[in-house]
Design a protein around this ligand. Structure first.
Ligand SMILES: Cc1cc2nc3c(=O)[nH]c(=O)nc-3n(C[C@H](O)[C@H](O)[C@H](O)COP(=O)(O)O)c2cc1C
Length: 233
């Protein structure tokens, strides 16, 4: 399986190790591409909206496109982020901002509708939901049909000081998740995605899009007719 891992941090702490535990326990051989933010994408969206007309006009196109291309080629997307102020890291949020045109309301990538994804976060003691939910929601609007979230309250500042009992539980939980991800079953696009996609078809047909190139894009994909991305190879 091809796997793209996007770490919302440069350091190899608990979030990194939990993400790797998920991936390393998936049965079989895998081709893994790993990115660390902000090392591999060290800019914020400046709100220039150039990407709305042409992706390549984004001032940070080269950096972000390396990540997008790896994600497009992957079968499984893994995101890791520490819980910072009950939210994902700013570096990961920045990637999400810089890819907002990949939402179904703009120019979703057809390949996303055929992928699985996992969002992992470590916190010291609070809920990790604020970190994992936001990222998972984003992936949903990219069209990703099968998304898992895993959070761990590690009670530590780094992975080395996480107590063995907590590490054991994390290892067991992630093994279970890895078995699910390793199943050779294509993800099923749910009713909510189909419904939103249908609404977006209507929106594009009615010319309510943010830019004329969006309608052209949808037309070229065949999505304004009967073609659906989850049925394409
Ligand atoms: C800037 C910052 C904000 C944090 N915010 C929270 C928080 O809201 N809730 C929490 O439980 N821990 C918080 N922590 C602690 C980290 O989430 C915790 O140590 C986590 O295990 C770090 O993951 P990492 O090892 O992957 O960096 C924060 C730490 C930092 C540095």
């Amino acid at each position: 399986m091809k796997i793209a891992i996007i770490h919302g941090q440069n350091h190899k702490g608990s979030s990194y190790h939990i993400g790797r535990l998920v991936v390393d326990q998936i049965p079989g051989e895998h081709e893994i591409k790993e990115f660390f933010l902000p090392r591999d994408l060290n800019h914020f969206c400046v709100g220039c909206y150039r990407c709305i007309e042409n992706d390549a006009d984004c001032p940070w196109y080269e950096q972000k496109n390396a990540i997008i291309s790896a994600m497009e080629a992957a079968d499984l997307l893994v995101f890791t982020t520490p819980t910072y102020c009950m939210a994902p890291s700013a570096a990961l949020k920045s990637l999400l901002d810089l890819t907002f045109t990949m939402w179904m309301s703009h120019r979703p990538r057809g390949s996303m509708f055929r992928k699985k994804a996992v969002v992992v976060s470590a916190s010291a003691g609070s809920s990790t939901a604020g970190a994992t939910k936001g990222v998972a929601q984003n992936l949903f609007y990219w069209g990703v049909p099968e998304i898992y979230r895993y959070g761990a309250r590690v009670q530590a500042k780094n992975w080395d000081s996480v107590k063995p009992k907590i590490k054991d539980k994390i290892t067991k939980d992630t093994a279970k998740l890895a078995r699910k991800l390793g199943k050779n079953k294509p993800p099923r696009v749910g009713i909510k995605t189909r419904f939103i996609f249908r609404m977006m078809v209507g929106m594009q047909k009615a010319n309510w899009s943010a830019s004329p190139i969006e309608k052209e894009y949808w037309q070229n994909q065949g999505w304004l007719g009967k073609v659906r991305p989850w049925k394409q190879a």
